[in-house]
Design a binder for this molecule. Structure first.
Ligand SMILES: Cc1ncc(C[n+]2csc(CCOP(=O)(O)OP(=O)(O)O)c2C)c(N)n1
Length: 580
């Protein structure tokens, strides 16, 4: 559609300026102007005027009624992650609003652009402990990029414009707008909607300092052993192509953080694996061998750095990030390249000398062989009858060819999926990286599917995590999201059990978790499913799941006490990574 056609359509579907409308209508008008097509939400007393107005927007806005507000915000996050657009969630005041908090914290730490709209009690009742009154602004201040309470409808258009602008620009993040009921009901003279493109004292895209780029290029050009670490910043900056050109010019080995997965196709010859606690052997070891560490759009999370005082001490660090707060936060940079990597990467690439780093890359490949021999072979092609999570992912790769969106929950299955899943294209990995929120997987997969309904979306979830938000099967049932749910059941809270085994003398304290008949539960929601207990049935069961036209739940029984290796034990250095 051309810009002209788009504008005409927008004019035809939105309310003209100089009309009297309610605050609630103004909210929905703002969403239409911002290009929102899907909202995940749950109604209640304090947001009823907005839901009443929504009744007339049925043809313009899809509203997905989730089964819990946490599900709503995780779905909005999943939507944002696969679509690259802002996810939107509605909730009522009080318990509705507080149910958003985990998702806000998750979106904050993982930089997801999300706008939440909560209803609030009448302004006249604020501070009186009114029914379902909660101070959501104070509760959510540390877990939002911005929040604001509206008590007068005339503010709604400009506040929502600002909300969308702040959520999606710079380092993206969640915004919460709390709207009192009187403001939702209030009629006012609507002056039309103007998108926001500037907020005083907020600099989303810094002016890039050329001298820093030049200094970074000088250091990189002198490097004998350069190593690139890439994070989600590449995806958020829509800089996948710029990144590829950057590493390909001189052949830099590059490793992904969990959040950076899929920014570069997994089988790219310069992709040397995943960083972090359960990442690959070579990138962890080589972090302490390289002479220049080029970190792009990543934040040196403790799961990536391991023991900080032994982290890459020999290397000069070049850190490219859009958020100045990340520079020098955990790891001191020799050169900070503050800016949008879509802009800084081409500047840097232009200054690179063409240097052959094949021999250096080969060192990564040698270490990789060790990991294959010690860990990967047995995980992907086990020699016992007990099924492994790794072989399930291998089979899945073979069937999808790496084209699916892989959403995970949190735990061993997450680390195994992140280690072994293949990704051919960007925005294909959706996981709770920073907060590690169990219960994220199922609702995030629903949102991920709405964000990209033409792709296969596979939610890989543990038997523990699925039970945290299993109610969202109801959302799938009602709205028909085509999500494939793959439960890897080890009959334990596996990741905690692994730690208890390795670091607490195998004192298994409350990690034994029993499960319902998941397939029967799914069938109760009219979702088809199957359970696999033997290897001989695995491939055909996965095939049936993928070929099924609609949502599907497949439970696979895997080894109860299998561990995820390699592992950088907490408090140790990345180069002390254990293979067993
Ligand atoms: C909301 C929440 N509570 C607790 C934890 C701590 N935790 C991390 S992994 C894990 C076990 C997950 O078990 P399961 O879902 O069965 O997955 P598995 O590790 O077995 O693959 C727990 C309890 C968490 N990450 N999130």
């Amino acid at each position: 559609m051309s810009t002209l056609e788009k504008t005409e359509t927008l004019e035809a579907t939105t309310i003209a300026a100089n009309t009297q409308i309610s605050g609630s209508q103004a909210v929905l008008e703002a969403l239409i102007h911002e290009g929102v097509d899907t909202v995940f939400g749950y109604p209640g007393g304090a947001i009823m005027p907005i839901y009443d107005a929504l009744y007339d927007y049925n043809d313009k806005l899809k509203h997905i009624l989730v089964r819990h507000e946490q599900g709503g915000i995780h779905a909005a996050q999943g939507y944002a992650r696969t679509s690259g657009r802002v996810g939107v969630a509605f909730a009522t005041s009080g318990p509705g609003a507080t149910n958003l908090v985990t998702g806000l914290a998750d979106a904050m730490i993982d930089s997801n652009p999300v706008v939440c709209i909560t209803g609030q009690v009448f302004a006249s009742l604020l501070g009186t402990d009114a029914f379902q009154e909660t101070d959501v602004i104070n509760i959510t201040t540390p877990v939002t990029k911005w929040n604001y309470q509206v008590t007068d409808a005339t503010e709604i258009p400009s506040v929502l414009a600002k909300a969308f602008y702040i959520a999606k620009t710079g380092r993206p993040g969640p915004v919460l707008i709390d709207i009192t009921k009187n403001a939702q009901l209030q009629l006012f003279d609507y002056e039309g909607y103007n998108k926001c493109n500037h907020v005083r004292s907020y600099r989303p895209a810094p002016i890039v300092r050329k001298e820093y780029v030049e200094e970074a290029a000088r250091i990189i050009n002198e490097a004998k052993k350069p190593f690139v670490l890439f994070g989600q910043g590449i995806i958020l900056g829509k800089a996948e192509e710029e990144f590829k050109r950057f590493i390909e010019k001189s052949g830099f080995p590059a490793a992904a953080t969990v959040m950076g997965l899929s920014a570069l196709p997994t089988d790219h010859p310069l992709h040397v694996g995943m960083l972090g606690m359960h990442g690959n052997y070579a990138p962890n070891v080589m972090t302490n061998e390289c002479d220049v560490l080029i970190a792009i759009g990543m934040r040196f999370d403790d799961r990536v750095t391991g023991r900080l005082d032994k982290y890459a001490k020999q290397a000069k660090i070049v850190h490219l990030d859009i958020d100045p707060a990340e520079i020098d936060k955990n790891v001191k940079a020799a050169v900070p390249v503050w800016g949008d990597c879509k802009e800084t990467l081409p500047m840097l690439t232009a200054l690179l000398d063409k240097i052959d780093h094949t021999a250096w890359l080969q060192q990564f490949r040698e270490l990789e062989k060790e990991e294959i021999k010690e860990v990967i072979n047995e995980e992907l092609n086990p020699t016992t009858d007990i099924m492994t999570m790794g072989e399930v992912i291998r089979e899945l790769n073979e069937l999808t060819g790496g084209d699916a969106v892989i959403v995970t929950d949190v735990g061993q299955h997450q680390m195994v999926a992140c280690r072994y899943a293949k990704y051919n294209q960007s925005k294909s990995s959706v996981t709770s990286g920073g907060l590690g929120t169990m219960g994220f997987g199922l609702p995030a997969a629903i949102g991920a599917w709405y964000g990209t309904p033409d792709r296969d979306v596979i939610a890989i979830i543990g038997d523990g995590g699925i039970q945290m938000t299993i109610q969202e099967l109801g959302t799938i049932m009602q709205f028909g999201a085509k999500v494939k749910i793959l439960i890897l059941n080890n009959e334990f809270l596996g990741m905690v059990r692994q730690w208890q085994q390795l670091f607490h003398d195998k004192r298994y304290s409350f990690v034994n978790i029993t499960s319902p008949d998941f397939v029967a539960v799914a069938k109760g929601y009219y979702i088809d499913g199957n359970k696999v207990t033997e290897r001989k049935d695995l491939k055909s069961a996965l095939k049936t799941m993928l070929e099924h036209d609609g949502s599907y739940l497949l439970e696979v029984m895997v080894g109860k006490e299998n561990n995820v290796f390699p592992m950088v034990a907490q408090g140790t250095s990345v180069s002390e990574i254990r293979l067993k």
